[in-house]
Ligand binder design. Structure first.
Ligand SMILES: *Cc1c(COP(=O)(O)O)cnc(C)c1O
Length: 428
């Protein structure tokens, strides 16, 4: 496979853009090699600037649930563009999309649109703090909630509950209000409440997708709900990734736990930059201009982005069976890969939630970040590079979740399993 044009493009980009990319995960650092520059997408495929074609399991990291260049989304965007790109004034599309989204979740009465998942979570946390009058937040090791200061935390030495900054440039003063707990471990959350009487909220990916795919146990979520109620804290489900990916009605519809607040992104913009956060009426009433908690955005609710999101959500609502159909496909993909690996003496842990799938080269079940980190990352890096050469584009880290879309066909899945069998055979 010739990727000369991508290599040259990457070298040139690296002169002008740090690491040659505008978001670090794209740089392929964790698997080595250089990123492919994309010319275009077509349904289930990506085509790079050397004209190589790949089955796409990344789908722009989640948004493209109908694959590339979905006809109805493309049409809606082109229509919106003809009316103007941005007005900084209300448009009907915002209310229409709000109506669609609020109608899908029991947990939220009102919603505000922003331009990214990072912004959605950052704003939701400010609102939770404003509403409760408390400062501390609880987050889980391995959950990602965007790159705002107070969420870039890692475990401190000596099992401290209070997080340390995970990036230079984040003052320790900013992260001292972020308490770190272990995913699927209720005792670690109880310890946070024992250490602080000032907890505004717990934020969690109820279906974690940023340490690989690691769903929360139902009982664990029930436990979080109880702890929040006992201590007057809010429970925030960050469904920027899992929203409209695992199911149409959110994790609350499949786990039995209802959050106080919800953050969304990715699919909600149909491929355009959209994030959103919502909650019940009393909480949202605290948000500016109704209430005192400030939040704003020049391009928030952008009409072209709203049009793309609306087209995507309408199509999902009209075809809600696709979650079952695509889940069958995702299950076939990962169990097929798992069987192929077993033939070669490799143990793989696999899981799916709707259109999301995950796999770990790991002997044991993965239920938190430490267990995910214990997977065989060296084998994954080789696997990733070889699959790419065979024409299969997987996320370049075992900490990422894979996606199937309506454009991922049964044939693509079978070809992927076959390639996986061949490659793992070569690698052992
Ligand atoms: C992607 C993601 C974010 C951040 O969204 P951006 O649009 O990249 O800022 C936040 N939370 C979760 C769970 C995500 O997967």
């Amino acid at each position: 496979m010739n990727t000369q044009a991508s290599k040259e493009a990457f070298a040139e980009a690296s002169e002008l853009i740090p690491g040659g990319v505008n978001s670090p995960v794209r740089a392929f650092k964790s698997v080595g090699g250089t990123p492919l520059f994309i010319d275009h997408g077509e349904a289930g495929y990506l085509v790079d600037i050397d004209n190589n074609k790949y089955v796409d399991y990344v789908q722009s990291w989640g948004p493209l649930i109908f694959g590339h260049r979905d006809e109805s989304i493309e049409k809606a965007v082109i229509e919106a563009v003809k009316h103007g790109l941005s007005f900084g004034a209300p448009t009907l599309a915002e209310t229409e999309l709000a109506h669609e989204v609020v109608g899908l979740f029991d947990s939220i009465d009102k919603i505000r649109f922003v331009s990214s998942g990072t912004e959605a979570v950052m704003s939701a946390i400010r609102l939770a703090r404003g509403f409760t009058g408390k400062d501390d937040i609880v987050k889980f090791d391995g959950c990602y909630h965007g790159h705002s200061d107070s969420l870039l935390v890692q475990a401190g030495s000596g099992l401290a509950t209070f997080g340390n900054p995970s990036s230079p440039g984040v003052p320790a003063d900013f992260t001292k209000h972020t308490l770190l707990a272990t995913y699927n471990d209720l005792e670690s959350v109880k310890k946070c409440f024992a250490d602080s009487s000032d907890i505004a909220c717990i934020i969690i990916e109820p279906i974690a997708g940023n340490m690989g795919l690691v769903p929360a146990d139902k009982d664990f979520l029930t436990g979080l709900r109880t702890l929040c109620d006992e201590h007057g804290a809010l429970l925030i489900f960050d469904e920027v990734m899992s929203g409209f990916r695992a199911t149409l009605h959110g994790a609350e519809s499949i786990t039995g736990t209802t959050p106080d607040m919800l953050t969304l992104g990715k699919v909600i913009g149909g491929g355009m930059p959209v994030g959103a956060f919502g909650a019940r009426k009393e909480i949202m009433a605290q948000l500016s201009p109704d209430g005192p908690v400030y939040q704003a955005g020049t391009l928030s609710g952008n009409p072209v982005a709203m049009a793309a999101g609306l087209a995507a959500l309408k199509k999902l609502k009209a075809n809600s069976k696709i979650f079952n159909i695509l889940n069958d496909r995702a299950v076939r993909l990962v169990t097929g890969m798992q069987d192929a690996a077993r033939k070669h003496g490799i143990t793989m842990q696999v899981d799916t939630r709707g259109t999301m799938f995950g796999f770990f080269f790991n002997e044991n079940k993965v239920s938190n970040f430490a267990e995910s980190a214990g997977s065989d990352h060296a084998l994954f890096a080789k696997f990733h590079a070889r699959m790419l050469e065979e024409g299969f584009y997987f996320a370049c880290s075992q900490y990422e979740t894979g996606f199937v879309s309506t454009a991922t066909t049964d044939e693509m899945v079978e070809e992927t399993i076959k390639a996986c069998d061949k490659i793992l055979g070569e690698l052992v």
